[in-house]
Design a protein around this ligand. Sequence first.
Ligand code: GLU
Length: 509
Amino acid sequence: MDSKVRVRFAPSPTGGLHLGGVRTVLFNYLFAKHNNGEFILRIEDTDQTRFVPGAEKYIQDTLAWCGLVPDESPLHGGPYGPYRQSERKAIYKQYADKLIAQGNAYYAFDTPEDLDAKRKEISNFQYSRAHRMSMKNSVSLSPQVVDELLKNNTPYVIRIKVPENEAVSLEDVIRGHVSFDTNMVDDKVLLKADGMPTYHLAVVVDDYLMKITHAFRGEEWLPSAPVHVLLWKYLFGLELMPKWAHLPLILKPDGNGKLSKRDGERLGFPVFAMDWTDPNTNTTTIGFKERGFLPEAFVNLLAMLGWNDGTDKEIYSIDELIAGFSLDRVHKGGAKFDYEKAKWFNGEWIKQMTDQKLAELVKPYFDQAAIEIHEHSYLVKVVGLVKERCQLLQDFVAQASFYFQAPTQIDTASIASKWEEKKHRFFDELAKIYLNKMETGMLTAPAIELEAAFKELVAKHELKPGELMLPFRIMLVGGKFGPGVFEIVETIEFKDTVSRIQHCLQLLS
Ligand code: GLU
């Protein structure tokens, strides 16, 4: 067998990608790249009733945004394609037939009505060894009846015949030895009446045909594992079975259960990677991308939800993650999601990014807010001035719009209570000084000089700088935020500074 590491992410395209799903992608990707292996995207779309238009494209776009690009996929092709299970329909029947021939599977002719009646009759009905003989299938019926039914083209499904009183086990890379009692496992459908395989058959056949060496997936798939192990045993032999790793859940912020889309809506943070609009309901669920996260930060924070390298280091580039990743440092327990911490990661990545690159990324947010930017180089400069204060890309609009236009909302209430005539006179004179400088042709001056001149004027008016700094800031930016006041004056220059002072003085008088 090829010894090259080959892993797969095998989503069913049913909607937006939850951050748990992206973390599964990430761990697959990191493991593959760490081991010079290959990462495959396989679309598991055999359940036509759950097909959602646009979901596959969404998955591919999400992977592209995160930079977790598969080596093989429906989009990229590859030697083991097709990578969409619906296009592989013809492949699976022979494996179902093989299972029948070996006595590991059987035909079941029960109609939907038969099954409904049983469910009504028996609470928690499972099609399993306990009820197999009371149903209409090739185990309970005589061979002649079965032949007759098949000859008459009676619709059937093929079910796995789960053995009685056996223990099925697997060595999970994260959880260690996991064992299941087959008496608790039901006879899952493998092939449906329309000839489509179910997930259980398709996942095993495709992992085999695509030479998958390691299969990582969410912990919620653990209950399905005994069926998969049995299929491996019956079809291909356990020696070829991939090594399993069932990844722990991402938990709600309070640690009580799995983080759901609804938690995000309730608590006001994204749970999906990117915005997802459900084509059936036309409702949009927000994503990390549109919430202003950088893909580098998103990937970094996901890696830390369940993995660390044993040190306190938290900020990792993708290359560092690839170099450092190992499955034995993935935690067994679930990881609590903390949105404040997620924003912190983004803020750290924003700080590291060049002003040039950031300016390109935040420009669309200024466009959206209808804030005109005349010179790109000015945006680059402003981005550098405020990036320490921004955790999300759209924070730049709130933190920096005053560099481009006079504030539309001015918190005069915070000034008014301590406003006095002498402060008015002070700002009046300050504006005049700036106007005089403009008349000599000066547009602005360095912050340090502006500050010295300001302090001199404060002394002349027998005031204290402390009482004037806040009003000055509010005049310039509209509120109690922003970088150093004199750096702001230096950047917006005398002309705008004067008009903002004058406008505010009018408001206050
Ligand atoms: N198709 C399954 C899903 O939708 C994949 C489970 C697996 O990786 O085996 O998540």
